[in-house]
Write a protein of this length. Sequence first.
Lengths: 467, 362
Amino acid sequence: MAIELKMPALSPTMEEGTIAKWLVKEGDEVSSGDILAEIETDKATMEFEAIDEGTVGKILVPEGAENVKVGTVIAVLAGEGEDVSEVEAPAETGDSKDEEADSTAKAEPKAEKSDDEQGSITPSKPKSEPKSDPAIPDGTNMATVTVREALRDAMAEEMRRDERVFVMGEEVAEYQGAYKVTQGLLDEFGPRRVIDTPITEYGFAGIGTGAAMGGLRPIVEFMTFNFAMQAIDHIVNSAAKTNYMSGGQMRCPVVFRGPNGAASRVGAQHSQNYGPWYASVPGLIVIAPYDSSDAKGLLKAAIRSEDPVVFLENELVYGRSFELPELDDHVLPIGKARIVREGSDVTIVSYSIGVGFALEAAEKLAEEGIDAEVIDLRTLRPLDRQTILESLAKTNRLVIAEEGWPTCSIASEVIAICMEEGFDHLDAPVLRVCNEDVPLPYAANLEKMALIDAPRIVEAAKKVCYV
Amino acid sequence: MARTAKTRKTPAKSKQQGPVDDPDFALHSLQEAFEKAKSYDASEDEMMEFYRQMLLIRRFEERAGQLYGLGLIGGFCHLYIGQEAVAIGLQSALDNDKDSVITGYRDHGHMLAYGIDPKVIMAELTGRQAGISKGKGGSMHMFSTEHKFYGGHGIVGAQVALGGGLALAHKYNEDGGLCLAYFGDGAANQGQVYETFNMASLWKLPIVFVIENNQYAMGTSTARSSAETEFYRRGTAFRIPGMDVNGMDVLEVRAAAEVAFRHVREGKGPVLMELNTYRYRGHSMSDPAKYRTREEVQDVREHKDPIEGLKKVLVENGKSEDDLKSIDKEIRRIVSEAADFAENSPEPEADELYTDVLVEEY
């Protein structure tokens, strides 16, 4: 059967081109891989190769022809045992039916059609209800524990529970952790499961991600999330996207954890909140707890999750003590915010170290007769819109306090949610209280000016209450 | 433990001992072992299978190029034509029950080398529901966890660190497996490759690093991009032994794989193999190919083609042209069926837009 050679596309956007040169003539024998012609567009030249063996029957579009549409039959090849002289142009041999079939098939994946189709079957985004925290049984003893200890205990418990869980990072083993979060783990679990890495964030983030793909459950500690900038490619491109790109085949149950946000007087390169960065990436879970109970319960949940988790801690909070229920297995739901203080006049939404400032602000507001509700988001992705909106429906006023830059922040996102889904409940514009929009300065006075604090939250809350 | 620093210029005074005691010997010992028996002694069946598999990759890729030209395949499409002996020679030496493989975006050949159904690979290229990634990955993002093939990665060099992680998992689980991590001469200049070399050697991870040196990083020749173009030497600073292999001869590739894999399986840590090969086609389908001459490509095709090379050996061993022709015919049929399937199977359901983002519900 004669084989039709069609004008090829050099790129998905090419619609037509020029046949710059024919390198074969009618009657030539060709085999696969032989170059038949040179095709040109304004951008590039491509050699057009034979895919099949045969004899060039007819050249239908001559050298130099311009604006030849992609898919046009430009030559006909006679197959083995066929007589070249009998090979006709497709229109005369009745092969045009094939041509039509081909062009239909070709048109099929084009965007216009699928757009139309999608107009009628717009897929609905699956909705899931965030789960509530499990009830703490009556009589449970409440221990006072630092956030640092809570995080360590979460890792130790999960390592005892699941042999696949291990920790890797800089100074996590023999040094006992740069911020002592992994203290004691080497002694209990040994160097196989508590692995000191060289200072090589991109490399070990990739190795951790690959180990998760290979079936382990790595906890990758970054000494601070500032250094994870070197590794962000693996967090975003390798860990977050692979399950989707593989149609659900690949799993990547890795936890990236470490301190995030401003510490104290460490300057601009060591003081940044990456919450909004990671929270913008589909495929990631982003958790940023404040107190010991949430730190422990959510880190345990993160380690058990089948999905990649970015777990943002805060150096200034590591040493703070909070009550923690003494339970055998204290695991909290990912994706659920917590009302840490109930109130009726205004809602203050925050997360991580901001929650401390928000609570301090709420106390001050109470002295002035304003009853503030404080919500700790705890998980930044997926964000618990429901808790925010329910609180807004109750108080009709909302402020968000975030230790981070204001532009493209979690604060911006919460404002967008309130606008889109809570507009009818708003009695005042939502205000954000964020760090100043500058790299963090070193000087003590300037640093203080740049970071959020309780008085600024109080001021914003009063503003939305029109007091 | 202090290791005496030595350079090639000041070789160890070997104190009447053999090269085994020379700490630098480790870096070239594998090459020496390989030089002693450079061609794998394949049975006739094995050779026929190599031939069949290489031809399948060649014909599959030619067809993919054709479908791209017809607009059925979109985006980026990197063809493996010319490099077939690398994937076949190496992967035929794996223990598929234990070992894992990871590669970059030029991944169709590595999938076919596993015997994965060409239909689901071609259907992925055309973005259909029946594709191996449900049409959501495309040419560069294909995986088969069933075969321990971990992709298919689009960020140049990322697969090297990820491969290090797969190797860490083999060691952690003591499963006896190794990871074969492929990357190109272009990726070989990425920093994370050396970060991984360091940790892999430090921790003696069971990994074989394979540089498929096809001479061009996109349009930049190795001479224009690389201070050291003898890529097998690039592990030296990390004490990783290197091997310099002709990637256009499947029997040589297989022989080298035997030496390298044995070393890794003995727990001696990583090996770096440089497979010298050549891609006949452009970097991707939209490559204008202005950076090399047609004569250069034609010369490799005529004198070094891996399929023609093996065909010659088969004919010398008594195979008839007809035997080989019938294989070719059979492969053309398989590839045609794959192309028809890929062209005619439906696009993903609209609901697939939201599936597989996360595994769990929160």
